[in-house]
Design a protein around this ligand. Sequence first.
Ligand SMILES: *[C@@H]1O[C@H](CO)[C@@H](O)[C@H](O)[C@H]1NC(C)=O
Ligand SMILES: *[C@@H]1O[C@H](CO)[C@@H](O)[C@H](O)[C@H]1NC(C)=O
Ligand SMILES: *[C@@H]1O[C@H](CO)[C@@H](O)[C@H](O)[C@H]1NC(C)=O
Ligand SMILES: [Ca+2]
Length: 247
Amino acid sequence: MLIIYVVSYLLLTFFGNVNSSGVVSHDLHYPILARYLRIIPVAWNPQGTIGLRVGLYGCYYDSEIVYFDGDDAISYQFRSKKVRSTEDIIGFNFKTMEHEGILMYAAGSQGDYISVELQQAQLVLSISLGNSSLNMSGGETTMKLGSLLDDQHWHQFRLDRYRKYVNFSLDGEILQFRLNGEFEQLDLDTEIFFGGVRNYEKQRLVYRPNFRGCMENIAYNLVYITNLVRRRHPSIRVEVRINIDWV
Ligand SMILES: *[C@@H]1O[C@H](CO)[C@@H](O)[C@H](O)[C@H]1NC(C)=O
Ligand SMILES: *[C@@H]1O[C@H](CO)[C@@H](O)[C@H](O)[C@H]1NC(C)=O
Ligand SMILES: *[C@@H]1O[C@H](CO)[C@@H](O)[C@H](O)[C@H]1NC(C)=O
Ligand SMILES: [Ca+2]
């Protein structure tokens, strides 16, 4: 059974103070990158007096960007040959004019994999925590978010997984669901790719183009990939695609 909750697109209601001098503050769970912000008072305080004073505080925004030209990809080599996770937190921002492209991909030998792709300008997340021994099909789950993402604006992707429970979010819109299959751990081999994959023939993906555009602040389970790329860290490999004829 798949349970989906959709949280409507960032329309937030905050309570203010009820006296004349108190200050009430709220933290936003998702950062806002915006030019305009609309504040709509929905109720005045119990005494009925009218007054509104709002302060917005930003924080230092550290931006590290990797540009992909459609022919290359990067891979982050895990410290051990295999990694197994019960929990994952993955996030990055992306900007492109293309409507297809692989943003992230990793797989393991037990049929586990995770991929984030653009397909017809929608963001498509697929996860399998392992092939089922009961079902002939792999235990995969695929979800889509957004539309018209080839608009050359920044979009924010975030994934939180705890066992089979996933929160998949794009620009603050969240899909909550439970993964199919019998397993609870993501088992991956040696590396994770961003912007494309190396050996198409080895991967389960049918041919899909590499990503062309920018990715910003890639964080994979507290590993800051874009920072490692900028520092030319040895755990990062830059893959240049060799041309293969596709018939
Ligand atoms: C997992 O299942 C999928 C779909 O049936 C299949 O294509 C793939 O080869 C399987 N992988 C492994 C490692 O058994
Ligand atoms: C998903 O979001 C809900 C509501 O914010 C939270 O209670 C839950 O713990 C989150 N799940 C994961 C896997 O992060
Ligand atoms: C096996 O697949 C069927 C149909 O797709 C599904 O209803 C069932 O829950 C699956 N069983 C397991 C253990 O995943
Ligand atoms: Ca697994």
